[in-house]
Design a protein around this ligand. Sequence first.
Ligand code: TUI
Length: 310
Amino acid sequence: MEKNPVCEMLGIRYPVFQGGMAWIADAKLASAVSEAGGLGLIAAMNSNGEQLRAQIHEARKLTDKVFGVNLMLMSPYIDEAVDVVCEEKITVVTTGAGNPVKYMERLKGAGVKVICVVASVALAKMVEDMGASAVIAEGCESGGHVGETTTMALVPQVVDAVNIPVIAAGGIADGRGMAAAFMLGASAVQMGTRFLTAKECGVHENYKEKVLSAKDRDTIVTGKTLGHPVRALKNRMSREFDRMEKDPDTKPEDLEKLGAGALRRAAIEGDVRNGSCMCGQIAGLVNSEETCEEIITGICRDAYRLMGKE
Ligand code: TUI
């Protein structure tokens, strides 16, 4: 195999990142992905500083391989999370759902590599100028917080605009998707939905079942009117949100109230009717629960075969 710039930069075997899924991506999932040769990520979203530090220590007990932390920029704990990541000398962070420029200097100063999720060429260029090590070009097929451009259109435009490696995300769950991403110029892929159903993923069983049985048109984007569009599986909660959002009499506070705690309700409590089951459009392709090792080696084997690089 020829050298891969992302694998070289991070010291990982396979160019596969696990998405930083809030309330879901914990030390157990991240360490399993890293053990399997990919890049596991602990989601800092739902943790305060000390909880995040505990997760980092836990992951270090479970693997001696490189793992990272995902910083969700809308998190109420973002400042504490940045401090902990710097103190713990984490190798790499990914950032999402906002503009990370405010935190770049602090992270880089502590020797942390910063890889930013971008949904536009403009932000990709800005973070490259600020010293990002790579960017994750995430199309709107993704689950959770989404931009407006598809992976197919976003990835090659970002690839042409920057000189740092590009990781493709959104709508990728198998070897065909990975090979396609490489054809668009990506150097690695990030997957969320596929790892949501991994054996080592601790998301509530009800949520996992709903993803495994989802079909191609089973997701919906809500929250555009609040400025943070989110893709999730269709259920009572997302349909009600959609209906209220289209009603001119609905106040933004009513929507905020409906959305508050919704991801936790689904991911932790297993309430998949009244909670938010964030999930990508590729869910229809994700039909079996496998270990992280089976997922990563299977996808890379299939992708390399398709690319004629066995
Ligand atoms: O962040 C994500 N996905 C997420 S975060 C999340 S937690 C949440 N919970 C409730 C409501 C909202 C979020 C669930 N899923 N993905 C990374 C991502 N970042 N996708 C798109 C973007 C993005 C979009 C616009 C990044 C930057 C951006 O630009 C902002 C700017 O200021 O230029």
